[in-house]
Design a protein around this ligand. Structure first.
Ligand code: GDP
Length: 332
């Protein structure tokens, strides 16, 4: 049974066959496990609710299902499971024969859509680190085609599936998760607008609003995202959190938090680029990339940042839900 506090949280379900990589994804993205350690994970054999909302902006749960969920088992309560879910991520092991996975995907989508037509279907074509570029494209094309053909045969051609190529050995899993999460944030257009305004007035090239715990970016400005910039910003967060937790001052009662109101970092790179990180909320940080010349007007950037931070706080405080996170957009 569920407590009332978690009942209205946007939920992400993580499903897929046994050994497809579900637990690994969850451990790497939300619990800082290094990819190599996942080799020793025990396979999932029960529904696992991982409630991270106490330490992350992202207010959801991951339900890690065993591969062999039987929809026709009377004890499987699909109403309860799919009803409150915002997104269903289905993980397919691309290094394995995926025909069985496609059958499960189809069954899962049909069942979930019937219970909850608003659910977003997100297919992670996973473990692509073992595949050549050609092979990756071909796997994606083939899986896309077969999954959509199956839906069309069932009269469900209007159900939309999104596909992502992912691996826990690079940043693709974080990038994919970012896109999945962004679709569940009702305030996203406002956040993007605020980022656009902030960077255009500050001479900044690229800015990401990060969930610090998971390194998922909740929003970015509307210039295109290149993986290298995203990776650079992820590394910046790791450096700041690692150094702070090893050498940082631990205040009494602060619980040894490596990230707080004072968190700020500036790293000058050898190609006359500057990385700039600053606290926005308890869970969110802004990480920007800018030219060294632009950084000379640091006072202007700081002033603009101050306005940006204030606006973000306003965005998440309106709406009447307890803490303005998740679901806030639904209350008038
Ligand atoms: P689950 O049963 O779906 O929870 O699967 P696990 O998380 O236990 O993963 C099964 C195996 O796949 C483990 O040995 C992981 O190390 C491996 N694995 C998970 N993700 C990846 C990936 O992105 N690439 C590769 N090469 N292996 C992965």
């Amino acid at each position: 049974e569920e407590d009332s506090a978690s009942a209205d949280k946007p939920r992400i379900l993580l499903m897929g066959l046994r050994r497809s990589g579900k637990s690994s994804i969850q451990k790497v993205v939300f619990h800082k496990m290094s990819p190599n350690e996942t080799l020793f994970l025990e396979s999932t054999n029960k529904i696992y609710k991982d409630d991270i909302s106490g330490s992350s902006f992202i207010n959801f749960q991951i339900w890690d299902f065993p591969g062999q969920v039987d929809f026709f088992d009377p004890t499987f309560d699909s109403e309860m499971i799919f009803k409150g879910a915002g997104a269903l991520i289905f993980v397919i092991d691309a290094q394995d024969d995926y025909m069985e996975a496609l059958v499960r995907l189809h069954l899962t989508v049909c069942r979930a859509h019937k219970v909850n037509p608003d659910i977003n279907f997100e297919v992670f074509i996973h473990k692509v680190d073992g595949l050549s570029d050609d092979h990756k494209i071909e796997a994606q094309r083939d899986i896309h085609q077969r999954a959509n053909d199956d839906l069309a045969d069932a009269g469900l051609e209007r159900v939309h599936l999104s596909f992502y190529l992912t691996s826990i050995y690079d940043h693709s899993i974080f990038e994919a998760f970012s896109k999945v999460v962004q679709k569940l944030i009702p305030q996203l257009p406002t956040l993007e607008n605020l980022l656009n305004i902030f960077i255009s007035h500050s001479g900044i090239e690229k800015a990401f609003l990060f969930d610090v715990l998971s390194k998922i970016y909740v929003a970015t400005d509307s210039s295109p995202v290149d993986m290298q910039s995203y990776e650079l910003c992820c590394d910046m967060i790791d450096v700041v959190i690692d150094v702070s937790s090893i050498y940082g001052l631990v205040e009494d009662g602060a619980g040894g938090c490596a990230y707080d109101k004072e968190s700020v970092a500036i790293i000058k790179l050898n190609n006359s680029t500057v990385l700039y990180l600053k606290e926005v909320t308890r869970f969110l940080a802004l990480v920007c990339i800018l030219r060294e010349e632009s950084f000379e007007r640091k006072g202007l950037i700081e002033y603009n940042f101050h306005c940006f931070r204030k606006a973000i706080h306003e965005v998440f405080e309106v709406g009447g839900s307890t803490d303005g996170r998740g679901g806030a957009g639904r209350s008038a």
